[in-house]
Ligand binder design. Structure first.
Ligand code: ADP
Ligand code: ADP
Length: 232
């Protein structure tokens, strides 16, 4: 589903170039929940942002769901982002729009007709456990509920891959667990491939099948979670 080959990402800075991602190779299978863990500055965010074209690799190639995302632009990139969607630490909701309107937004952009849009929005609201909250505004929701809206919006166009950028880092432990349960449920029910980045071991242990450990832009270890993080 995802193939990352010899990828390097360099940022220019005043003190010379920074290699945020340094020769990374990774294969992620369809239907997998794959985690990338590492300290702040390890390169996780840069890596995941290259999977849907938010950053372009300096060198190397990335294939996601049959597309070479490291090369595409314009309309093709917009189509790719419907298949490779993303959720964020701070949810990135539209604050002047209701829950239902936030979830409908990607459907509007994709040109889905009103009636079909409303049906889909209602299905998504149920899927993420927000029945009855469609007319609420984001400011009226808890953090966990906001992330549920983010997840519903990300699923609107039936993506093949869901990218999670520190999706539970702004949430308390109990809410984190309920969001992680929802991600597992979605992975099982929809067969969706999930890639997440986190600095929290708990997130990896709770839901990931395989993990890669990043340090200084490189993957220093990877494999099934139980092999990489053996209990002491
Ligand atoms: P992580 O997500 O693991 O915290 P990042 O991918 O955000 O790591 O950052 C990796 C490195 O790249 C850090 O040294 C960071 O300062 C640098 N970096 C990230 N984004 C930029 C940017 N837009 N411009 C310059 N340097 C950046
Ligand atoms: P629109 O005008 O398209 O309905 P908004 O102006 O409400 O959208 O929001 C545009 C962007 O600004 C959104 O991505 C949202 O995340 C951000 N934003 C708007 N209001 C706030 C706020 N009070 N706090 C944080 N982010 C906000």
């Amino acid at each position: 589903m995802i193939s990352i080959k010899d990828v390097i990402k360099t940022y220019a800075s005043r003190n010379g170039d920074v290699k945020a991602v340094d020769k990374v190779n990774l294969e992620i299978e369809e239907g997998e929940i794959f985690g990338v863990i590492g300290y702040s500055g390890a390169g996780k965010s840069t890596l995941i942002r290259m999977l849907n074209g938010l950053e372009i690799p300096t060198e190397g190639t990335i294939n996601v769901a049959g597309r070479e995302v490291s090369r595409i632009k314009g309309a093709e990139l917009r189509r790719a982002r419907q298949e490779i969607s993303m959720i964020f630490q701070h949810f990135n909701l539209l604050w002047s729009r209701t829950v239902a309107e936030n979830i409908a937004f990607p459907l509007e952009i994709a040109g889905v007709a009103k009636q079909e849009r409303e049906k889909k929005v209602n299905e998504l609201i149920s899927l993420v456990g927000l029945d009855g909250r469609g007319d609420a505004y984001p400011s009226q929701l808890s953090g966990g509920q906001k992330q549920r809206v983010g997840i519903a919006r990300a699923l609107a166009n039936n993506p093949k891959v869901l990218l999670c950028d520190e999706a539970t880092s702004a949430l308390d432990p109990q809410t984190t667990d309920s969001i992680l349960d929802l991600l597992v449920d979605i992975n099982r029910r929809l067969g969706l491939t999930i890639v997440l980045i986190t600095h929290e071991m708990h997130v990896i242990r709770k839901i990931c099948h395989r993990v890669a450990v990043m340090e200084g832009g490189k993957i220093v270890e990877s494999g099934p979670v139980l092999n990489v993080f053996k209990n002491p």
